[in-house]
Design a protein around this ligand. Structure first.
Ligand code: PLP
Length: 425
């Protein structure tokens, strides 16, 4: 039995143990190994209980075999399912408007297990070329070793052009189309309705990594995506203290991904799930604040004489601004939210980007994004270090480009901190 929100465990057999009173005398080691069963309260808990167990007991060998064989619902082993981890994935599915969700140990665990769960040797993937580095490596060098090939389609200006280019890359053996809602680090926005039309015409699934947007800014299933993946390590967790991933979508596709995870073992631990679930409950508040601050920050940076360019979909100068406005949600304050990441490129060579990062007093040099603290990284020497100058230029990344994950600090303080650092360049 998979416990639902309203199910109550009142049957004491669910926690059957040797009765230490009636079966005494038993040695202390036996009593230590079989302590009295915990009482499961009849009231539903307000906080999320942590099911910190790897193993679940059964009344009989037949029960065990039935659950393991999928004939009866239930928990067997936390590498396969865990109530706390499942509750976290169900919470993300509810935010995305998806039928089902499954939890993973990291964003890359979610992405790799999803692709391995849906693809076979001989299959082909069409992906937008602007991808997180780990996903790029998976598609361009790991999966080809197992007979799965990929065409990376560079995103050209113009919404229709990019979807037409993706359509042109589809082959008879294409099995999946892959994109990121907001791509790292240029903040380019995927034409989700266009990509979904291409996927539907080809009869294949559209899988979207929506980590940068979070379900608060954009819900790709509303625009035709079949599966949505997240690195929950970023905005969903939101505090830079836990790693996790999640995939949500239709029940049939999600169950295929779950079956692959059971074999590969990339499960989310219940302790991490608890932290991510707690973070998720304040996600709308945080993301609206990240978005408001990032727009104010991007506007101020664009006006600084030492800045060559600012890429943020909330700025009308961004090539995908209109597309973003049509896909992204309006916050409680009545304005469209564009997320919390901004690409700031100071004038000069790489040393200008490094000097900007090092001169900050609030912004911290660190990897990752989406947390409480403002975090910066010089893109060419970190996340995109594998690209040479020509490849960087082709990807729209200048030699001094700095990715800023705008945190929850006061936005005027942030602007002042970056302004003093830019003034020194
Ligand atoms: N997807 C995107 C867009 C990311 O930025 C990242 C990490 O930075 C990942 C996936 C991978 O997530 P994780 O680090 O949780 O494995």
């Amino acid at each position: 039995m998979r416990l639902g929100q309203n199910d109550r465990v009142t049957d004491p057999r669910a926690f059957r143990r040797p009765d230490t009173k009636t079966l005494s005398p038993r040695a202390i080691s036996t009593r230590a190994a079989h302590p009295p069963a915990p009482t499961v309260p009849a009231q539903p808990p307000v906080g999320l209980p942590v099911y910190r167990t790897a193993v679940y007991g059964f009344d009989s060998m037949q029960d065990y075999a039935d659950v393991l064989g999928g004939r009866t619902a239930g928990y067997v082993y936390s590498r396969i399912d865990n109530p706390t981890s499942d509750a976290f994935a169900a919470a993300v599915a509810a935010l995305e408007g998806a039928e089902a969700g499954q939890p993973f140990a990291s964003g890359m665990a979610a992405i790799s297990t999803t692709l391995l769960g849906l693809l076979n040797a001989g299959d082909h993937v069409v992906a937008q070329a602007e991808l997180y580095g780990g996903t790029f490596a998976l598609l361009s060098s790991v999966l080809p070793r197992f007979g799965i090939t990929c065409t990376l389609v560079p995103k050209r200006d113009g919404v229709e052009t990019s979807s037409r280019d993706v359509a042109a890359a589809v082959r008879p053996e294409t099995a999946l189309i892959y994109a990121e809602t907001v791509a790292n680090p240029t903040m380019s926005v995927a034409d989700l309705p266009g990509l979904s039309a291409v996927a539907r015409a080809a009869g294949v699934s559209l899988v979207v990594d929506s980590t940068f947007a979070s379900p608060v800014v954009c819900r790709p299933m509303e625009w035709g995506a079949d599966l949505v993946v997240h690195s929950a390590t970023k905005y969903i967790g939101g505090h830079s203290d836990s790693s996790g991933g999640v995939v949500v979508g239709g029940a049939e596709l999600v169950s295929r991904v779950r079956a692959m995870r059971a074999e590969l073992g990339a499960m989310l631990s219940p302790d991490e799930a608890f932290l991510l679930h707690r973070g998720l409950q304040t996600l709308p508040l945080r993301v609206e604040r990240h978005s408001t601050s990032a727009l104010a920050f991007a506007t101020a940076m664009a006006a600084h004489p030492s800045v060559a360019s600012v890429m943020y979909p909330g700025l009308s100068s961004h090539p995908d601004h209109e597309l973003a406005r049509s896909l992204f949600s309006v916050g409680e304050a009545g304005t469209t939210m564009y997320g919390g990441c901004v690409l700031v490129t100071p004038r000069g060579d790489a040393s200008a980007g490094l000097a900007l990062c090092d001169a900050l007093t609030i912004g911290r040099v660190a990897t990752s994004l989406g947390g409480v603290h403002t975090v910066v990284s010089h893109v060419p020497s970190t996340t995109h270090r594998q690209l040479d100058d020509t490849a960087l230029a082709a990807a729209g990344i200048g030699p001094a480009a700095v990715r800023v994950s705008v945190g929850l600090e006061d936005s005027a303080d942030l602007v002042a901190d970056f302004t003093q650092a830019l003034d020194r360049l």
